[in-house]
Design a protein around this ligand. Structure first.
Ligand SMILES: NC(=O)c1ccc[n+]([C@@H]2O[C@H](COP(=O)([O-])OP(=O)(O)OC[C@H]3O[C@@H](n4cnc5c(N)ncnc54)[C@H](OP(=O)(O)O)[C@@H]3O)[C@@H](O)[C@H]2O)c1
Length: 287
């Protein structure tokens, strides 16, 4: 079994869950030094999804691949061809871009990329399992942790927009299950948390967990966009469009995590509790 994205949010947990389940794992990493943080009882092979021919060693004698794609799209077709030449099945980490809820139906480059990779996989003859998580709870770390650590208000647009954040560990648990359990070929799973929460409610929950209120200062979308560094604008434009479309209705919630795992997804409160120190301690102290 080959796990890509093994140093990332989902892939890292997938590796842990597979090794806990006694499944032999090989991981693909771009740089061998990245493997220092991974379990020692796994096989590490270097390769890069933007250099398809670099994948052959990692794919040797592999039957199933967990594919995470955050690279540019240009080499996707050549990579899927190579996967199909070696493996029988791919579990692909996609997104719910086909789900009939306005939050998920806004055209954007990421949705287009996922749709294209799914098309390549479908045409390749590989058996596939498509995993479509909604908004990750851990996005809160990238979005709000710096302001909360500095005791500043969270300055954010669309305070009332609702999502059903999913704990990355639940995404990883479903991925791991579909990798080592039979019966998931052809599966197409939309994963969400169990509660629809506005962005302001999510910040309130983090404040509750930390034992202090966190002010939420709503920013007009244009101002938020102007304050966003140039490099992050495409991602922010995608989010602004999705939050705007989500206004005035509850988030889309599925029971898929519980259906597959037999246990309900972790709540946002649980996620915040387990990550509380990230909102209080500087992750990059200078001394
Ligand atoms: N964030 C959300 O709310 C959300 C919701 C739904 C779906 N998704 C999807 O989830 C995926 C991201 O998953 P994640 O958050 O677990 O990933 P992540 O934490 O961003 O990590 C990306 C992983 O991909 C690896 N990688 C990047 N470029 C590579 C390349 N050229 N060759 C080989 N490996 C490469 C990285 O390795 P290095 O350590 O070498 O960089 C890292 O292991 C995306 O496709 C996204 O669309 C995200």
């Amino acid at each position: 079994m080959l796990v890509t994205g093994a140093t990332g949010r989902v892939g890292r947990s997938v590796v842990d869950l597979l090794t806990d389940a006694g499944v032999p794992v090989r991981v693909l990493v771009r740089r061998s030094e990245s493997a220092a943080t991974l379990p020692t009882n796994i096989e590490v092979v270097t390769g890069d999804l933007t250099v398809p021919e670099s994948l052959d060693a990692a794919l040797h004698a592999v039957s199933t691949v967990f594919l995470v794609w955050t690279a540019p799209p240009q080499t996707a077709a050549a990579v899927v061809d190579r996967l199909a030449a070696h493996a029988q099945r791919v579990v692909y980490l996609s997104a719910p871009h086909r789900t009939p809820h306005p939050f998920f139906r806004q055209p954007n480059p990421m949705a287009a990329l996922h749709a294209e990779i799914e098309r390549l996989i479908a045409d390749s003859g590989l058996d596939s399992t498509i995993i479509r998580p909604g908004m990750f709870a851990s996005n809160a770390l990238f979005w709000w942790a710096a302001a909360i650590r500095a005791n500043r208000p969270v300055r954010w647009p669309y305070r009332a927009a609702e999502t059903a954040p999913i704990d990355d560990r639940d995404v990883a648990a479903v991925v791991a299950r579909t990798l080592y359990e039979d019966g998931h070929a052809g599966g197409d799973y939309v994963l969400t948390g169990s509660e629809s929460l506005s962005q302001a409610e999510q910040v309130d929950i983090i404040g509750d967990v930390l034992g202090r209120p966190i002010a939420f200062e709503e920013l007009p979308p244009d101002e938020f966009r102007r304050e966003t560094p140039e490099a992050a604008r495409p991602a922010v434009d995608m989010l602004l469009t999705a939050w705007n479309a989500a206004m005035g209705q509850p988030a889309y919630v599925t029971s898929t995590v519980a259906d597959i795992l037999g246990t309900p997804p972790r709540t946002f409160r649980q996620w915040a509790t387990d990550h509380a120190t990230a909102f209080t301690e500087d992750p990059h102290p200078t001394n």
